[in-house]
Design a protein around this ligand. Sequence first.
Ligand code: DGY
Length: 291
Amino acid sequence: MRVLATRRFIGPAWDELGDVAIDSLDDAHRDVEALLVANEPIDGAVLDRFPKLRIVANFGVGYDQIDVDGCKRRGIVVTNTPGVLTDATADLTFALILAVRRRLGEGERIVRSREWTWTWSRGFLADEVAGSTLGIVGLGRIGAAVARRAQGFDMRVLFVRSTETDEQLDDLLRASDIVTLHAPLTSKTHGLIDARRLALLQDGSCLINTARGEIVDEQALVRELVSGRIQAGLDVFADEPHVPEELLGLDNVVLTPHLGSATLSAREAMTRLVVDNVLAVLRGDPPLTPV
Ligand code: DGY
């Protein structure tokens, strides 16, 4: 079998691959030339099990789990799926911003538990999104799509690119009502938002993460959230699917299970791109979206 995937990806493009073995990466696969993965760890030990491998095609834009240098040394192409999940992830970012600022999770829980006993004109007040300052950390495709949406919500937008200086990031954290993370996970961004930086956030401000959990010091974030000083909307965690126990009972955090790209059209387009990359490389053509 020339093609192996860790699971079947959704959408009609899949059938164009022909025969695909679905298996874990635990065993040796001497004939496999194309590997389709969804951000599973691909290190030297895994690559050694695939001596004929020509391409690792990742279903997802983030490829932090893949040893890209190791692949390059072996002449293996690595591809990802940029572009096609930008709107889905930017929409989810805004869903979290609105959910946190307008206390949607808390409100929903109150209605469902039949604890809603007051008339609308009393209490349960939240923060206005319009007029607030949004700080975007990482201005790639998704960060830019979030910035465009923020203009429609009459927000003031600040941003730092991942290449900018520590001082610029610190200034953005101090000045923002809402901070949203859109940097890739790399050795430079691992733990970027550490305890010192979390402490720079204004009282009552909000941190949104739809990028990668490891960009934030999760234990330090838990401490800030338990103290009630800040709010958060979190779609990603350091050790998924584990979510720190302390967060589960908090009303100042909205939690979702890594849903950034989870729309039917985004996922089908991701499969299309994975398949096109694999077929191109197996034909001997250049990949469409190499990393
Ligand atoms: C991505 O595309 O990187 C998503 O977060 C899934 O890993």
